[in-house]
Design a protein around this ligand. Structure first.
Ligand code: NDP
Ligand code: OXD
Length: 314
């Protein structure tokens, strides 16, 4: 049962190799030049497939998104009504937690100021404070948010999380829904966004929300870290809030438009750290093994795991 690999900016070669390493006999057709007979394709492994490309596969049974976020895929109005499976993998979760811990510590230990002082030859030990006086708030307590929350907790930060449905996680103060949002924001010095992009979350990181973050923390003002999706943030509001002092600093891994356009004011803003969507860049071999493992179980009659709820959007 043949696989179709359909990806826009990623190079399919390493994926084809990774698939054959775990399933040497599997037929792999590669979009757009080596699609072979579409009637043989049962599974599509995709990353940002061009909208419309999946509807032309008549025997398709399941779609495997090669990342965790499915917003681009679900935005295809012609997406066939088939199970969409997303990546849930320790390799990815650990990389995302590394990224979040890196950025939280960077701001907690005043990395931007230390670097600017070094560049000017200034010896200034700056006032230091304990993690236990810094409140980190994580928007999204799913697979990635929960792991990052627990790792930050282990480092001594005061950690809260916000999700759609109510949760109980030991050591983490959990808030949920519209009703819990303002209280969650009011106690947050460093806000970390690990939400999926849906109709409900689009543009949620805006000036109105930034104004609700804690202003009396030790960092000098609220810090925002977004590693979820660029569509969560209103970039004009980020710049406005930084310049007005409503935000102290931001670290952004994702952007409204990627790659970030050369003329974006974010590139050279002194209070902005830009990382090029690398937070949880995972090993194709680990993802291919996960997907092929699912296909083998599915072919043995078992249900698919980590199937996206299309009505919810994630
Ligand atoms: P999950 O689906 O496991 O978790 C999503 C979380 O967001 C859940 O806690 C969910 O609440 C919460 N949520 C969704 N909608 C709302 C809402 N309207 N209000 C409040 N909370 C909401 O996803 P993951 O943790 O696996 O991934 C999160 C996102 O991270 C991905 O969708 C992707 O966009 C991004 N990502 C970015 C990467 C990068 O490299 N920058 C890499 C991988 C992922 P509930 O628990 O109640 O359902
Ligand atoms: C993902 C990503 O969603 O890498 O997996 O952004």
């Amino acid at each position: 049962m043949t696989i179709a690999l359909i990806m826009d900016s990623w190079r399919p070669e390493s994926w084809e190799k990774a698939i054959h390493a775990v399933d040497p006999d599997r037929g792999v057709n590669v979009w757009p030049d080596r699609m072979g007979d579409a009637a043989n394709v049962r599974y599509a492994l995709v990353w940002h497939p061009p909208h419309g490309s999946l509807k032309s596969l008549p025997a398709l049974e399941a779609i495997f998104n090669l990342g965790a976020g499915v917003d681009h895929l679900l935005a295809d109005p012609t997406l066939p009504d088939l199970p969409v499976v997303r990546v849930v993998l320790d390799d990815m979760t650990m990389r995302m937690s590394e990224y979040v811990v890196w950025q939280v510590l960077y701001h907690h230990r005043q990395g931007p100021l230390v670097a600017a002082n070094q560049a000017r030859g200034i010896w200034d030990p700056l006032e230091q404070w304990a993690a236990s006086v810094v409140h980190v708030g994580i928007m999204g307590l799913g697979v990635l948010g929960k792991d990052a929350a627990l790792k930050l907790k282990m480092l001594g930060f005061r950690v809260a999380g916000w999700s759609r449905s109510a949760k109980e996680i030991e050591g983490i103060d959990c808030y949920a829904g519209e009703d819990g949002l303002d209280e969650f924001l009011a106690r947050t010095d460093i806000l970390v966004a690990l939400l999926p992009l849906t109709d409900e979350t689009r543009g949620i990181l805006n000036a109105q929300l930034f104004a609700k973050l804690a202003k009396d923390g030790p960092l000098g003002g609220p810090v925002v870290i977004n590693a979820g999706r660029g569509g969560l943030q209103v970039e004009a509001d980020i710049i406005k809030s930084l310049d007005a002092g409503d935000l102290f600093a931001v670290s952004l891994d994702v952007f409204e438009k990627e790659p970030l356009p050369a003329d974006s004011g974010l590139w050279h803003h002194p209070k902005v750290t830009v990382t090029p969507h690398l937070a949880a860049d995972s090993d194709p071999r680990a993802i291919a093994a996960y997907v092929i493992g699912q296909i083998h179980r599915y072919e043995a009659g078992e249900p698919l795991a980590n199937v996206v709820d299309r009505a919810r959007g994630y």
